[in-house]
Ligand binder design. Structure first.
Ligand code: NI
Length: 392
């Protein structure tokens, strides 16, 4: 129904002041992962004022869920994340953070405002609903273990057969929408290896087990995992990023600490890499008479977009006014995102909405103290969310 859909963007633009108001309130009052109490109260109050009956404390934390009922069949779910980062804001914006050392530097304020806007649009068009809609305001995205598992445990996906999420981005021009079918964002694992040897005088290596030499072999051997154990069609990274050891020129240390990160897009490749890291580090340490203690921190799983839901998101984007030339294929992203957990349980699609207006200066990256977005895109995001739900 193109006529109604075209009008959705107009309706979203007509509530532009409210979208900006929500975003600016949230931007000025950011809260860290796990501490989003005021944010959750604010969201719930705004939803109640629209006529919703939001459920608070979903997942035992600061999750908020609201439903719009209409039509029949399974739910369509829309998700926004609500938390901020431990960064001291330097944008100089009049609505800068009033919470020193905490900043919405990833655009989650915009995500929440866009979903509140969608809530209003859906409510205003509820007579046209073909299926019920669940609005999922999720806390704690920025910090592992994430907020999504608790939301899922709290029932956010019960009866849902499609879930859609949007990340706003300063790294694409305003108005572009980029998405990718299949794996899109990396699975992340932290890598920590402590190599223990036997310290002593550097002039008497025969009395020592030198963990520096063992570590050098381990670092090089780790580079063979991607080149020798992983298929050429499978992108993956194993990086050692920190090496700490030693106190003096003439002392062989007791121990070396290696730290790094692993990024993958396939759970089997991930399992292979984790297994090989352990085998290489423990095996090489052993043959040299030392030992390696390997810790592979868990991180978010790979984010996989369902093909059909992704196609639907692209179709909805066109109908809501995104011209075909602004719809892009997102390149693989090395970052992680806890939306991945929803995709493990239900067909899911997660897309990126460009929100950088070059006329307003350089694009600061996400998690930067000067990060900002083009607020004109809030209406686009709200319309996209609402159209995805109304066309369900
Ligand atoms: Ni983010």
């Amino acid at each position: 129904m193109p006529a109604r859909d075209a009008s959705l963007l107009q309706q979203a633009e007509a509530i532009g002041e409210r979208l900006r108001g929500w975003r600016r309130h949230l931007h000025a009052n950011p809260e860290l992962s796990g501490q989003e109490a005021q944010t959750a109260q604010y969201i719930a109050a705004e939803l109640r004022a629209m006529g919703y009956q939001p459920v608070e404390n979903v997942g035992g934390a600061h999750g908020v869920v609201a439903e719009a009922h209409g039509g029949a069949g399974p739910f369509v779910a829309l998700r926004a994340d609500t938390d901020a980062l431990p960064i001291h804001e330097e944008t100089g914006l009049p609505f800068s953070s009033r919470n020193p050392g905490v900043m919405h530097a990833c655009g989650h304020d915009a995500h929440t405002a866009m979903l509140l806007g969608a809530a209003l649009l859906i409510h205003n068009n509820r007579a046209a609903l073909r299926r019920p809609v669940r609005l999922v305001f999720q806390p704690h995205e920025e910090k592992y273990p994430g907020g999504a598992p608790a939301m899922i445990a709290g029932g956010a996906l019960a009866g849902v057969d499609q879930i859609f999420g949007i990340h706003i981005t300063s790294q694409l021009p305003s108005g572009q929408f980029a998405i990718r079918s299949g794996p899109m964002m990396a699975a992340v694992n932290e890598l920590a290896i402590d190599v223990h040897g036997k310290g002593g005088h550097a002039a008497k290596p025969e009395d020592c087990v030198d963990p520096v030499v063992i570590s050098a072999e381990i670092i090089l051997a780790l580079q063979t995992i991607v080149s020798r154990s992983i298929s050429l069609t499978e992108p993956a990274v194993v990086s050692v990023t920190q090496v700490r050891a030693g106190t003096a020129d003439n002392v062989i240390p007791e121990r070396v600490e290696l730290r790094g990160t692993i990024r993958t897009y396939d759970e089997r490749a991930r399992a292979t890499i984790l297994r090989r890291v352990r085998e290489i580090a423990e095996g090489l340490a052993r043959v040299h008479g030392g030992n390696a203690v390997v810790r592979l921190g868990d991180g978010y799983p790979v984010l996989v977009n369902d093909r059909e839901v992704t196609e639907r998101a692209l179709g909805v984007a066109q109908q809501v006014g995104f011209a075909p030339d602004v719809l892009k294929t997102m390149p693989l992203q090395g970052g992680g995102e806890d939306f991945a957990y929803y995709g493990q349980k239900a067909p899911a699609a997660f897309g990126f909405l460009g929100a950088h207006d070059p006329a307003r200066g350089p694009a600061y990256p996400h998690h930067h103290p000067k990060f900002d977005i083009d607020e004109a895109m809030l209406a686009r995001g709200a319309a996209l969310h609402a159209a995805f739900a109304l066309q369900g």
